[in-house]
Design a protein around this ligand. Structure first.
Ligand SMILES: [Zn+2]
Length: 164
């Protein structure tokens, strides 16, 4: 028995009727989505996408970190991406804590995380604006590439485009 038996056996069933063997690693619809790791978000389903259509980048809070930028550069120049949607969501855990609170929480477990930056989100609209600007102004991505933001409501399933 392993901690992963459930997913391994589910995969065995999945592979029996696997139908996506013809796909390449390029994003067929030219889209990259930066979203949160929140388990309530189904990025493909909520945007009408299929496997093969888009690059999905996920982290805590849907933040545009150095690693997200690095990945977008590869997605754009190597893998067919030509538009980016940043999609944070309502009821996000990252908007409910500060970095210092996370450090305090891990300290209770005997772990010192002060060398990590968690990119917590005191103001979701400001964070989104900041992250959109970061992508729009980076010298590493094509100027004028469509970049949009929208907040996904985990209780209604609705995506509200950001005015920024
Ligand atoms: Zn979240």
């Amino acid at each position: 028995m392993s901690a992963f038996d459930d997913v391994y056996s589910a995969n065995a069933k999945f592979a029996e009727s696997f139908g996506s063997s013809g796909l390449t690693g390029r994003a067929a619809r030219g889209l990259a989505v930066v979203t949160c790791m929140d388990s309530r978000i189904d990025p493909l389903g909520l945007l009408g996408l299929q496997p093969g259509d888009a690059k999905i980048l996920r982290n805590a809070g849907a933040r545009v970190t150095d690693d997200v930028l690095r990945t977008l550069v590869l997605a754009v120049y190597v893998l067919g991406v030509n538009r980016v949607l940043i999609m944070p969501h309502t009821d996000c855990g990252m908007a409910k804590v500060t970095d210092s609170e996370v450090h305090a929480l891990t300290r209770d477990h005997g772990v010192d995380t002060r060398s990590l930056e968690f990119h917590t989100v005191p103001d979701q609209n400001e964070a989104l604006k900041h992250d959109l600007t970061r992508i729009r102004t980076t010298p590493f991505l094509p100027p004028g590439m469509p970049v949009a933001g929208g907040i996904y409501d985990v209780h209604t399933g609705r995506l509200t485009p950001s005015p920024h």
